[in-house]
Design a protein around this ligand. Structure first.
Ligand code: SAH
Length: 358
């Protein structure tokens, strides 16, 4: 099956002409699907044409098959089904300034970070640009939004998968997300998180996209970083910092380091001092995350008081840093956790969950 959300407006015009229809239909279809409608629901085109499209394209790029809402902070986790029955997850976080959606870029992941549930089972497949966008059009519509009235204002590529390991589709997704006539979400409201794939970071700097760059660091020492992130065997911290520098020069956008605190691994004074040495004076911010313990992994979270002690060290050393507010801890908040629990059949969802997918 093909995904109609993969098409830019220009590509859609060509496709529609090839199919023997008037090109102005492209705008109607683009607006319709970006508002979250299924192809079968776009009633301003003829039924015959809808059926012709449905011979080739999936009716919708993803389908929400369940959700879980945090009683603590209103965060919602979603499970989506793809046309081939693969399942991915996403999160909607509600802030005063708007709603931020966290999207997945791959089914599974091949980076194999020691603390992360998304990588268990490896990479299943890349998502297409339209399947990434479809997560947003579906949730925007679920919240009563459309292309004129946007309910999702900010997007973070921090769900399952390594975005820069699916480079072309992710860049295309960001361009289509910001398209006029579609959801028109500015790349400045999009944050892309990478484990540090240096060549792709440099390539991204050349795209003229102005997306916010976030890098998962988790340890300032190369040798010890390898314990948590196998990708550290390929790229050194210094190479990552150099790439961030290039990115900043091109985009003038401050970058962020993610640092998930793992007890005894990366929360020592020595680590704090090395972070200060490496990062002081750079246009960056350090986001300390309390490890979300995953049952398949035996890594332990740093205690809250130690996380704040670590924060104090960084701040006194002149870094801009925060401890990230914990959200959705009661709803399998960690990356890949809800999907894993769903695949293992031991999670309860609010919405009618389809039986017999697996
Ligand atoms: N592949 C991208 C996106 C990953 S998810 C990347 O590596 O940046 C976003 C962040 O959550 C990453 O920093 C990731 O390392 C972190 N993360 C994953 N699982 C976690 C867990 N169980 N607890 C805390 N942080 C986690």
């Amino acid at each position: 099956m093909e995904i109609l959300h993969d098409y830019s407006l220009g590509e859609l015009k060509n496709l529609i002409e090839e199919m023997g229809e008037k090109p102005f239909r492209a705008g109607q279809i683009f607006r319709g699907i970006h508002s979250g409608k299924k192809i079968s629901e776009i009633t301003d085109i003829s039924k015959d044409f809808r059926n012709k499209l449905l011979e080739r394209f999936a009716d919708s790029p993803v389908e929400i098959i369940g959700s879980k809402t945090s009683k603590l902070d209103g965060t919602v986790k979603f499970l989506f089904k793809l046309w081939d029955n693969n399942v991915i997850e996403g999160v909607l976080m509600k802030y005063k300034y708007g709603n931020t959606q966290c999207v997945s870029t791959q089914v599974g992941c091949r980076m194999g970070c020691a603390f992360c549930a998304s990588g268990i089972g490896g990479l299943v497949r890349n998502l297409t640009a339209g399947e990434i966008l479809g997560q947003i059009t579906a949730v925007n519509a679920y919240l009563g939004g459309n292309t004129d009235k946007r309910q999702v204002t900010n997007v973070v590529l921090m769900g399952s998968g390594e975005p820069l390991d699916n480079y072309d589709n992710v860049v295309k997704f960001i361009r289509n997300l910001s398209a006029q006539g579609g959801l028109n979400v500015s790349p400045r409201n999009v944050s892309l998180s990478t484990c540090g794939l240096v060549p792709q970071m440099l390539k991204l700097a050349e795209e003229d996209l102005d997306v916010n760059l976030t890098v998962s660091l988790h340890n300032p020492f190369d040798e010890r970083r390898k314990n948590l992130m196998p990708i550290a065997n390929a790229y050194k911290v210094q190479e990552i910092l150099d790439a961030c520098n290039v990115y900043f020069k091109k985009t003038k956008r401050r970058y962020i380091f993610e640092y998930s605190l793992v007890r005894g691994e990366n929360d020592t004074r020595e680590c704090a001092e090395e972070l200060i040495r490496l990062l002081k004076g750079r246009p960056c911010h350090v986001n300390l995350i309390r490890l979300n313990e995953v049952k398949e992994k035996d890594l332990k979270a740093t205690a809250d008081k130690d996380a704040y002690r670590f924060l104090g060290l960084l701040e006194r050393g002149g870094l801009s840093a925060t401890v990230r507010r914990q959200i959705g801890v009661d709803i399998d908040g960690a990356c890949g956790q809800l999907r894993r629990n769903y695949l293992e059949n031991n999670t309860e969802l609010e919405n009618g969950m389809e039986e017999g997918l697996f």
